[in-house]
Design a protein around this ligand. Structure first.
Ligand code: PLP
Length: 271
């Protein structure tokens, strides 16, 4: 059940939201509802708050292919960012359609849907309203990304960042944990569970309800402010790294987290 401004009841009624990484739930829903398509954000929703397991993606591909249900991967955030071929290129699971939207146009307005030729043929329309500037920016960005080096750098940086942050949290005795996929990093505050034992660590064994739980708003706001005082701005409890980040940014970010924890403690907001 969800309630999002702009999503009509009709649309919502036609959509079934399922727990991630649960192939039997998908199998049951396909059996009972005979849907036209299964849509999944390839990293897991909200760029991997509950990271999707690769075996689940493979099972999803098999199940949908067998049942004649389209598999649509949303790679609006992960496309070209995590790998030149997106998550699907990295893990080699090919959906029927891929939404890439604005990630295509190198930061300018533009969009893209890609997929099986017969489906694209059916959807094709005469687009006389292209934006040459967006197309040129997109082509330039894709040429830079094509060899894979920018994605590798961003992913390596994020892995190092998560490692450094988890060491910092442990040194300071803070009950926070950093986790994530590729260049997409999440912080989970008030964490009580086993300590991370590697970068594929999943807090609470990837329990949807614990990872997607609403965060304390006052703490979330204070956390962002505290990081800003250290010169680092994150999008709430998560951040994405890019190929433009370097060693200085890593140090600055870890130092900003160190200071933020001290400030939040001084204000009595965390233990
Ligand atoms: C993962 C994901 N899917 C879809 C969308 C929607 O994209 P658009 O606003 O271009 O339709 C967004 C927007 O940020 C997104 O992050």
């Amino acid at each position: 059940v969800y309630d999002t401004p702009g999503v009509t009841c009709g649309t919502a009624d036609d959509v079934l939201v399922l727990p991630p990484n649960d192939i039997s739930a998908v199998a049951r829903a396909v059996e009972e509802c005979d849907p036209a398509a299964v849509v999944i954000e390839a990293t897991g929703s909200h760029w991997g708050t509950v990271p999707i397991d690769v075996p689940f993606l493979r099972q999803l591909r098999e199940l949908t292919a067998k049942r004649g249900v389209l598999l649509v991967m949303d790679e609006v955030i992960s496309g070209f960012r995590v790998h030149p071929g997106g998550v699907q290129g990295d893990v080699r699971v090919t959906p029927d359609l891929t939404t890439l939207a604005k990630i295509l146009a190198g930061g300018l307005p533009g969009g893209c849907l890609a997929g099986r030729a017969d489906l694209m043929e059916a959807l094709a329309f005469d687009n006389r309203y292209g934006r040459p500037l967006s197309a040129a920016a997109g082509i330039a960005a894709l040429e830079i990304v094509a060899g894979g080096e920018p994605c590798r750098r961003a992913n390596d940086f994020a892995r190092e960042l998560r490692l450094r942050l988890n060491s910092l949290f442990s040194e300071k005795g803070a009950d926070w944990v950093a986790y994530g996929l590729y260049s997409l990093t999440k912080i989970l505050p008030n964490y009580s569970g086993p300590a991370p034992d590697g970068d594929d660590f999943r807090p609470y064994a990837n329990d949807f309800w614990k990872l997607e739980a609403e965060r304390d708003r006052k703490l979330s706001h204070a956390f962002r402010q505290a990081l800003l005082l250290g010169g680092v701005d994150w999008m709430g409890w998560g951040g994405m790294t890019s190929a433009a980040h370097g060693e200085d940014d890593l140090e600055r970010t870890v130092t900003a987290f160190d200071g933020a924890i001290d400030r939040l403690r001084a204000d009595g907001l965390i233990r």
